[in-house]
Design a protein around this ligand. Structure first.
Ligand code: C2E
Ligand code: MG
Ligand code: MG
Length: 695
């Protein structure tokens, strides 16, 4: 196949050739016609002249003969002979000229007859001349009139007839020329039409051979632009179009592979090869409206310590192994994704709670089988949160969030999996705005501490007080910690609240000491704080700064705070205990921790959760739990605090059963700092009834 350039060059060359031919043929014909016309005209004119001359000279000779007959003296006739001979010779030359001219066979016969007549006339002329000389003018005149003149007349007649026939022949030839000219014109028109047709056909063929594949290439490029990378690209010929098609194929392949790489980076978790969070949310978004199913969020328990202890490379391999196990444990109708870190998500379409729970159990069982990573046996466990849909007006992220909160609940309770009820710890709408306002609130000094006294039942005096944070909101009034601390923990903002609380509590406790009041101040720590590597250093610095003896500070920790990363939490507890700080287990009984476990911790105090203290004087079950807890704590050397005692009867029961300290409304509600000191100073315990001291 010729290249486009070669085709164009060839096409234009042929077109130019046709044009040249169309121009050259008529030119040549025209020249030919002109030459032939000239030739015919010249020849005819010449022949006419010659025949006229032959007649004139023959007539002149005849006139000379008549004159001769009237000339009586012979001497006078002699010069006339020469003139007559000259005329006859001229007439002969004219006839010879006519003979020499190219004539048609018919004319040639005429000419031969004229030649014969001329010779006959010459002979009779000569005979007339001889009669003049021999017999005189009279017999000569008779001879002339009877014979010579008749032949002369015939000669003249024939010559004129020849001339007329020559004219006719010329007309015929001219007619032929006209015909030839007409034919030439037709030929030119035909040639021009042929050239035009050939040119048009060639232009069409060349254009088609270029335009069609170019159009096809444009359509292919359009399809590629539209994201169709499967589009077939014809190989094309060995020309520029073939090269263009080849480039399009290369472009399609490289765009496809680049796009695949980009979407891989955007949608795939590179470590495990599973879909990532973005992809998972996208899949959630593509669920048909009203469809039902379950989203399962899975978090590996204590993954961070494994990662820290064995290194991130092992941690990564462990995650890959976990991903492989999860893949194996999936049924057909399940999407598995890694959201981040040690968190995976599964989407079970058309699943109800029972199916989702069964799936969660299967997944957990698969993960619990020991794993070998780098020749090390690792036993891992996981917690799963399940959120069921369809949901009403709930976004995909909110659905994921519900599963996340359920997973956190499952982790806290060591329950394996938990199905979201839809209202666990999820901030109500109003609180969402509080989350956003927290940062400014801290900067604007809207947070403050209240102190709730702890009454030592043996000493009958206030020996400690717990700091409880409050938010004095400019519009919403005082907001209790239960409405913002959980979210501060979830959003990580607790990282900023706790240092502020610690600084305030230590400063206040130091001031109390200077004021001569010996009260241990307690501050609450959240799980997040306990895992914070800066915590111990911060506490040490604050104690130094305010010169507060470490044993005047108590830090309260809930059991669940110890569950996420027990090793790190324990390490921090030990470091805090080493500083001489008192440590307290808060809300004891609300979680899963046993006293056997608490015994292993470097803690000094245990606060029995309000749920057990409530109605302890009447509720035998609570009474049994609290009594045995008090006894066990005594044996373990732990101080027992009963939280939330509200009635004098509860207080009396607690005193009777050997509880060390009581913190509850029966003693005092949490008090603003400015009220706290006067209250402590004025505190006079009634021996049996403390109702009067409740503010
Ligand atoms: P908590 O540490 O167990 O604090 C005791 C909670 O019980 C306080 O609620 C207190 O007001 C309440 N309370 C005490 N006696 C009674 C009673 O007789 N009856 C009843 N119904 N309630 C009583 P508050 O102040 O609302 O604090 C709730 C929780 O918020 C605290 O529980 C603690 O976990 C958390 N919290 C408070 N302040 C802070 C803080 O500064 N940091 C951290 N991380 N958490 C804090
Ligand atoms: Mg507390
Ligand atoms: Mg408590």
């Amino acid at each position: 196949m010729l290249s486009i350039r070669a085709r164009l060059v060839l096409g234009f060359a042929v077109l130019l050739g046709l044009l040249f031919a169309v121009a050259a043929v008529p030119l040549q014909r025209l020249e030919d016609l002109t030459a032939r016309t000239h030739d015919i005209v010249d020849r005819q004119v010449q022949l006419a002249i010659l025949s006229q001359r032959a007649n004139q000279h023959a007539q002149a000779a005849a006139i000379g003969l008549l004159n001769l007959m009237q000339t009586a003296q012979r001497e006078a006739r002699v010069p006339q002979y020469a003139a007559m001979d000259a005329e006859l010779a001229a007439a002969d030359r004219a006839v010879a000229g006519l003979e020499m001219a190219m004539l048609t066979p018919a004319l040639r016969i005429d000419l031969e007859r004229i030649g014969d007549l001329r010779r006959r006339y010459g002979e009779l002329f000569q005979a007339t001349v001889e009669l003049i000389e021999i017999e005189g003018s009279a017999p000569a005149r008779r001879h002339f009139e009877d014979r010579t003149q008749k032949v002369l007349n015939t000669l003249l007649f024939e010559t004129q007839a020849l001339e007329a026939r020559l004219q006719q022949a010329m007309q015929a030839e001219l007619e032929q020329l006209r015909l030839a000219a007409t034919n030439a014109r037709r030929l030119v028109i035909l040639l021009a039409l042929g050239a035009l047709t050939a040119g048009a056909f060639m232009a069409w063929a060349i254009a088609r051979s270029i335009v069609r594949p170019v159009g096809e290439a444009v359509a292919i490029a359009g399809r590629i632009a539209g994201g169709d990378y499967q589009t077939l690209i014809p190989a094309g010929k060995h020309d520029e179009i073939g090269a263009l098609m080849g480039s399009l194929a290369t472009m399609r392949d490289s765009i496809a592979s680049r796009e695949e790489r980009i979407s891989r980076l955007a949608y795939v978790d590179l470590l495990t090869g599973l879909p990532n969070r973005t992809r998972f949310l996208e899949i959630l978004g593509q669920l048909p409206a009203g469809s039902r199913g379950a989203v399962l969020m899975l978090g590996i328990d204590r993954f961070a310590p494994i990662n820290n202890a064995l290194g991130h490379a092992v941690g990564d391999r462990l995650l890959c192994e976990i991903a492989a196990r999860l893949c194996l444990a999936q049924g057909g109708n399940c999407v598995l994704a890694r959201l981040w870190g040690d968190e995976f998500a599964m989407l079970l379409e058309d699943a109800d709670q029972a199916v989702a729970a069964l799936h969660a159990e299967r997944v957990l069982a698969a993960l619990r089988a020991p794993m070998m990573v780098d020749d090390q046996r690792l036993d891992i466990d996981a917690s799963i949160g399940i959120a069921l849909y369809p949901r009403q007006g709930e976004s995909n992220t909110a659905l994921l969030r519900r599963a996340d909160l359920a997973m956190a609940g499952a982790k806290r309770r060591h329950a394996g999996y938990l199905v979201s009820t839809g209202n666990e710890n999820e901030p109500p709408h109003e609180e969402l705005s509080l989350i956003g306002e927290m940062r400014e609130a801290l900067a604007r000094g809207e947070f403050l501490l209240h102190y709730q006294p702890k009454l030592d039942l043996a000493q009958q005096r206030i020996t400690a007080a717990e700091a409880l944070v409050r938010w004095r909101h400019p519009e919403k009034g005082t907001i209790p910690p239960g409405r913002f601390i959980p979210f501060a923990e979830q959003t990580g903002f607790i990282r900023e609240i706790t240092p502020w609380v610690l600084a305030r509590v230590i400063a206040d406790a130091a001031q109390w000491r200077r004021d001569g009041i010996d009260v241990v101040a307690s501050a609450n720590l959240s799980a997040f704080d306990l895992l914070n590597r800066d915590l111990v250093g911060l506490v040490r610095r604050l104690l130094d700064e305010y010169t507060l003896p470490a044993d005047r500070l108590c830090l309260e920790i809930t059991e669940s705070a110890l569950m996420d990363e027990p090793e790190l939490a324990l390490q921090h507890l030990k470091e805090l205990a080493a500083l001489g700080i008192k440590l307290s287990i808060d809300d004891y009984g609300s979680g899963q921790a046993s006293l056997a476990y608490v015994k292993t911790l470097p803690v000094h105090e245990l606060k029995i959760d309000r749920a057990f203290v409530d109605g302890v004087d009447t509720d035998t079950r609570n009474a049994a739990i609290v009594r045995s807890t008090i006894l066990l704590c005594r044996e373990l050397g732990l101080t027992v605090v009963a939280e939330g005692a509200e009635t004098p009867a509860e207080l009396a029961w607690l005193r009777t059963n050997g509880c060390d300290l009581v913190q509850g409304y029966v003693v005092a509600r949490p008090l603003p700092l400015e009220d706290f000191l006067p209250w402590v100073r004025d505190f006079r315990p009634a021996s049996s009834d403390l109702e009067c001291s409740v503010s």
